[in-house]
Design a protein around this ligand. Structure first.
Ligand SMILES: NCC(=O)CCC(=O)O
Ligand SMILES: [Mg+2]
Length: 330
């Protein structure tokens, strides 16, 4: 067997051209999905304090961001509404309003850009409920699975009717992928995809997102009766397997970097595209490191996003998508 000094692994790292030639993983703008927060009004930009550099936009700004995404080569945007407080109630009924912020944003983007961009929509009740939970509460305050699934089906259908390309249930109820798929088929939405938040963990990394959609102050307790225990890995594979059987076109692991092992296991176990969500707390940690002078933003962003690809992800939802795309486009 060849050994040092004949074998030197540094040989292929010695020049930029050689490093480029031997690179195993390539990140491109097409790997990115850009999450956007929608708010009411016209000409409104509301910076989100806990997500420095990220804002909520009124519909005109949302369309401008979607055009920016197209120009940067980002194939898809993900939409999240900041529902006005007076429209939130116990059952999240605003989620079913075909004229809600989400549906209006879908239509605005599709009217402006058609199939030049994909629109992915969040299916879950937390931006619409007065209690901040993702579903309907029973008398004991438990998030009732089956009643919630019925509500999610209605929510997914108004989104599909408004023109959503991918509906993405992020609620972690059992059985919702099959129910949503069946309803989409019944209504003729055969080409509307489902990206299942299949392995979504009850994580401490979601704080800034809850500020962004206005649910942080409303939420009492936690989401541990439906989101997964961060200690579990095998269970994530069962969640993914079920969602594939129920008709998911792709699955997601969330959060991202602390769960790269799960991304890897899903990629190795199943022939399904797996996406990772680099969530708000991860974004905020990078920004905090930069603000503290302990890291270089561009390098941190490209390194973390490349790590998702190396782990086997087909793509990444990240608030750093426009920056990353600019860097990758040179
Ligand atoms: N359903 C979408 C999320 O919960 C996003 C979480 C985050 O970015 O922290
Ligand atoms: Mg599940």
């Amino acid at each position: 067997m060849s050994q040092y000094p004949h074998l030197r692994l540094r040989r292929t790292r010695a020049t930029a051209w050689s490093r480029a030639m031997y690179r195993e993983t390539v990140l491109t703008p097409a790997d990115l999905i850009w999450p956007l927060f929608v708010t009411e009004g016209q000409g409104v930009e509301e910076p989100i304090g806990s997500l420095p550099g990220v804002s909520r936009w009124s519909l005109d700004g949302i369309v401008a961001r979607a055009k920016e995404a197209v120009a940067l080569g980002i194939p898809c945007v993900a939409l999240f509404p900041n529902t006005p407080a007076q429209l939130r109630d116990d059952t999240g009924s605003e989620a079913h309003n075909p004229q809600n912020l989400m549906c209006n944003a879908i239509r605005a983007i599709k009217d402006a850009l058609g199939d030049d961009i994909g629109v992915l929509t969040d299916v879950a009740l937390d931006p619409y409920t007065s209690h901040g939970q993702d579903g309907l509460l029973d008398d004991a305050g438990y998030v009732a699975n089956d009643a919630t699934v019925d509500a999610l089906v209605g929510q997914a259908l108004v989104q599909a009717a408004a023109g959503a390309d991918i509906v993405a249930p992020s609620d972690m109820m059992d059985g919702r992928i099959a129910a949503v798929r069946e309803a989409l088929e019944d209504e003729g939405h055969h080409n509307v995809q489902i990206m299942a938040y299949a392995a979504k963990y009850a994580s401490a990394f979601y704080g800034p997102f809850r500020d962004a959609v206005g649910s942080r102050g409303l939420l009492k307790g936690d989401k541990k009766t439906y989101q997964m225990d961060p200690a579990n890995g095998a269970e994530a594979l069962r969640e993914v397997e079920l969602d594939i059987m129920e008709g998911a076109d792709s699955v997601m692991v969330k959060p991202g970097l602390p769960y790269l092992d799960i991304v890897r296991r899903v990629h190795e176990e199943f022939d399904v595209p797996v996406f990772a969500y680099q969530v708000s707390g991860e974004y905020a940690m990078i920004e905090a490191a930069v603000a503290a002078g302990v890291g270089d933003r561009d390098a941190l962003v490209l390194e973390t996003l490349t790590a998702f690809k190396r782990a086997g992800a087909s793509g990444v939802l990240t608030y750093h998508a426009p920056l990353a795309a600019k860097l990758l486009n040179g």
